[in-house]
Design a protein around this ligand. Structure first.
Ligand SMILES: NC(=O)c1ccc[n+]([C@@H]2O[C@H](COP(=O)([O-])OP(=O)(O)OC[C@H]3O[C@@H](n4cnc5c(N)ncnc54)[C@H](O)[C@@H]3O)[C@@H](O)[C@H]2O)c1
Ligand SMILES: O=CCCC(=O)O
Length: 528
């Protein structure tokens, strides 16, 4: 029998009866979430050991600058919806300045030895580790994820800088046996040039370092446009890059809010930029690729997912529940590789659903600065609306709420488990990007593979099984770029990250990641 818990938060706990009223007034958290409050500036300044990491200026050509128009935009703390600070609202003209600076720096940076670039990147890595607490505080302040999770992201992000520092010295070419006696065929790898980098708010640090680490190691220079929700992490990294000895113009940050489309258009059409590397939604990725085609730029696109998470009846159910928790609820469900559709074989469905619901009942939702908080707010009201839409749609089509299912004020949504899901529901078709675990029942391996693959996305897929034959069959059959077998976490700087189908083009991290920033040059040396 499936044990159903209907619960909501009260005094920082789940209560097994649902009597709460919604509070949605701006800046006010419902008291039952019982979060600790931090008032913006005070938190930033008092909490940072090194306040100079918090910058309210963009970084171009090694200098902290305002926008040409002098305009700024306000960045809000998603937990309190209070102002954190202001960043320059840059446009096309500012972007052109950054591109020019990157172009001027390219000649000398690409001409340095790989060992030199290695050393500078290693310095940067050491500074990131030294300042990890401050970087995590800035990240929590602008993104909302709990400090412990933010700290995890800072270390994960730093790993890419260290990894690519080491890869810089391994961009080997080739000597090809020549079919002509007096000629020698040689292959060299060369940096592609200036790279335009556009990143999302869900990993404000690591989505930058995964790209920038590889690009700088290869000898490229970069112009980064971070998401307008989370510019301060990118700017803190610029401060440390500067201290690490990155020459001026090598790492530039253009912040923008009103004119972000203009900035994106300039980055994708300016002939000086030779490559665009983007992480974000599939719709925007497609548009940037289209824009980039006018100058035939190389592209790396890390886009949205709709990950299947399959639990077979031969699985270790407790391990599968743990895996589902880590995969689904990482960053409150706001991760591109989060499980989006949980398929559970009929005979173990009740046990899995009950254990998952029980575990979710232990979550503590609140301000990421509160050490009791396990899950922070979502990034915005838009994200809340999507969760509400997905849950309402599923319930109207027969889904059962096992726990949660409510917006509880501000940018907070209850971690939710739904069962009885069907492929016709929105949640099956779109990436929810929120803390909603939706469970589908299945009977056969063949049918679940068909359901898992019936999406345009192909980023990550997970499954739990102890049958070795099945493990190979399913891993090979899933139409995704990354597979987790008996694990809910697959991300690591050593492994290739990326998708197939409409989840993207190219790979980041790993020994493959640096190739995205290198051109292959074939040299035929004749007359020997
Ligand atoms: N595959 C991955 O590695 C990966 C990683 C993180 C997030 N994502 C995906 O990102 C999405 C969530 O992030 P988001 O909401 O910030 O995505 P988004 O596509 O709206 O925004 C991402 C970035 O693109 C910028 N942008 C948006 N429209 C633009 C335009 N017209 N021109 C230029 N820049 C533009 C934004 O300002 C932001 O910096 C999800 O779909 C998620 O799956 C994918
Ligand atoms: O959101 C996508 C990136 C998360 C990760 O690198 O694991």
């Amino acid at each position: 029998m499936l044990k159903v818990l209907r619960a909501s938060f009260h005094n920082n706990k789940f209560i097994l009866s649902n009597t709460l009223t919604d509070s949605s007034s701006k800046g006010v958290l419902p008291s039952f979430i019982n979060c600790r409050y931090f008032t913006t500036k005070t938190v930033n300044m008092l909490k940072l050991k090194d306040p100079s990491l918090f910058r309210e200026a963009s970084f171009i050509s090694g200098a902290w600058v305002k926008s040409v128009t002098g305009k700024t935009f306000t960045v809000l703390d998603p937990a309190t919806e209070n102002e954190i600070g202001k960043a320059p609202d840059m446009d096309k003209e500012d972007t052109q300045k950054a591109i020019k600076a990157a172009s001027e720096a390219f000649k000398s940076w690409s001409g340095q030895t790989a060992k030199y670039r290695h050393d500078v990147l290693k310095n940067w890595y050491s500074l990131i580790i030294e300042h990890q607490q401050d970087l995590a505080s800035i990240l929590t302040q602008e993104n909302g994820k709990p400090v412990s999770e933010a700290l995890g992201e800072i270390k994960y992000g730093a790993n890419f800088i260290e990894w690519f520092a080491e890869e810089a010295t391994r961009t080997y070419g080739d000597v090809i046996p020549s079919p002509i006696k007096n000629q020698r065929f040689v292959v060299q790898k060369q940096p592609v040039g200036v790279v335009g980098i556009i990143t999302p708010w869900n990993f404000p640090n690591a989505m930058i370092t995964r790209k920038v680490g590889a690009a700088l190691a290869a000898g490229c220079t970069v112009v980064v446009k971070p998401a307008s929700e989370t510019p301060f992490s990118a700017l803190a990294m610029a401060e440390l890059a500067n201290r690490a000895g990155l020459p001026k113009g090598v790492y530039n940050v253009v912040t923008s809010h009103e004119k972000y489309k203009e900035v994106g258009l300039e980055m994708t059409t300016n002939p000086i930029i030779k490559k665009i590397s983007f992480t974000g939604s599939t719709a925007v990725g497609k548009m940037l690729m289209e824009q980039s085609s006018s100058t035939l730029k190389k592209v790396t696109l890390e886009l949205g997912g709709n990950a299947p998470f399959i639990v077979f009846d031969d699985a270790d159910i407790d391990a599968a529940v743990e895996g589902a928790i880590t995969s689904k609820f990482r960053s409150s469900g706001q991760t591109c590789v989060c499980a989006n559709r949980i398929f559970v074989q009929s005979s173990v469905h009740a046990e899995f659903a009950s254990h998952l619901t029980q575990k979710v009942s232990n979550f503590r939702v609140g301000n990421g600065f509160d050490s009791n908080t396990t899950h922070g707010p979502l990034i915005s009201r838009k994200a809340i609306e999507k969760c509400t839409r997905h849950v309402d749609d599923a319930v109207s089509k027969g889904a059962e709420i096992l726990i949660g299912g409510k917006h509880v004020g501000g940018n907070f949504y209850e971690p939710t488990v739904l069962s009885n899901l069907h492929p016709e529901m929105l949640i099956a078709q779109e990436e929810t990007f929120g803390p909603i675990a939706g469970i589908f029942k299945f009977d056969t391996e063949e049918h679940v593979i068909e359901m898992a693959n019936s999406t345009e996305s192909g980023l990550a897929g997970y499954f739990y099984s102890r049958d070795i034959g099945r493990c190979w069959r399913v891993a090979e059959a899933l139409e995704v770029g990354m597979v987790g077998i008996n694990t809910g976490i697959i991300s690591s700087c050593e492994a290739p990250f990326g998708g197939i189908k409409q989840s993207g083009i190219g790979r980041e991290g790993s020994k493959y990641g640096i190739d995205e920033y290198l051109n292959i040059k074939y040299i035929n040396f004749g007359g020997i």
